[in-house]
Design a protein around this ligand. Structure first.
Ligand SMILES: [Fe+2]
Length: 251
């Protein structure tokens, strides 16, 4: 880490300004000194990374009109749910903006600002990405799988009926999400359950059909009756979208 040797007239504010780092970050990097308010000539000041990093703002998808005309899932249910999606994007942007200048010198796995930001980033990011996939694969005609994804489901699950039975059971057994996807390691389809946006996520896995099973996804329409919500979901799956994801996956 770069160092600065204190000269007469130097203060911590002057040094922070000279190296274009925040007062908070330079203070955190120099906790070995008794007082940063009374620097002595010859004191050695560590200069933390002055980079502000980069930041790319996420822009939300608009709410598609067909999601407000579905049978079995009301417009109010969707509109309230869409607000949560917007909230996750807002938080990802906020977290990443703050991460640019976060203290990296004093990272700590029990507690540190960078730990809080990193944990919150993956939670909010999962919330944003999973909701976007969910809102994109409903609003269709339902009615069972068709096309090449149907053939793949039969190949990997033995029958379409067994796949649906397993998918529904995974949805009931999970606290957050159920996902039909393609696992690049064994090159098979699987139904995976997630208890939260950042819990149970599998790497090397292409999500094809994503269904939100948090209670907030159906409580307005069905109370705690997740079975009826799943019936409604199966009546509104957009199999065209699922087929497109399947055919566009990496081989
Ligand atoms: Fe949700």
């Amino acid at each position: 880490m770069p160092k600065h040797v204190v000269r007469p007239g130097d203060t911590i504010k002057v040094i922070a300004k000279k190296y274009k780092v925040s007062l908070e970050n330079i203070s955190n990097a120099n906790r070995h000194l008794e007082s940063l308010d009374q620097l002595q000539s010859g004191d050695v000041i560590f200069i933390p990374d002055a980079s502000d990093g980069t930041f790319c703002e996420i822009v939300p998808q608009t709410l598609r009109p067909q999601l407000l005309t579905m049978i079995g899932i009301s417009p109010r249910q969707i509109q309230e749910h869409y607000k949560l999606y917007l909230g996750y994007i807002s938080k990802v942007n906020e977290i990443r903006f703050k991460m640019r200048t976060a203290d990296r010198i004093n990272a700590n796995s029990t507690f540190s600002p960078i730990r809080a930001l990193k944990l919150s980033e993956t939670y909010a990011l999962g919330g944003y990405k999973l909701h976007e996939l969910y809102f994109a694969n409903i609003g269709g005609r339902g009615g069972g799988a068709s096309g090449s994804i149907f053939e793949a489901i039969v190949r990997d699950f033995g029958s379409y009926e067994f796949w649906e039975k397993d998918f529904r059971a995974t949805a009931i057994a999970s606290r957050g999400w159920v996902i039909l996807g393609y696992d690049y390691n064994d090159k098979h389809l699987h139904n995976y359950g997630l208890d939260a946006h950042d819990s149970g996520t599998v790497i090397g896995f292409e999500p094809l059909l994503v269904v939100d099973v948090y209670e907030h996804a159906y409580f307005i329409d069905y109370g705690t009756n997740r079975f009826s919500y799943l019936d409604a979901i199966f009546g509104n799956i957009d199999w065209y979208v699922v087929n497109s994801r399947w055919e566009n996956k990496k081989n």
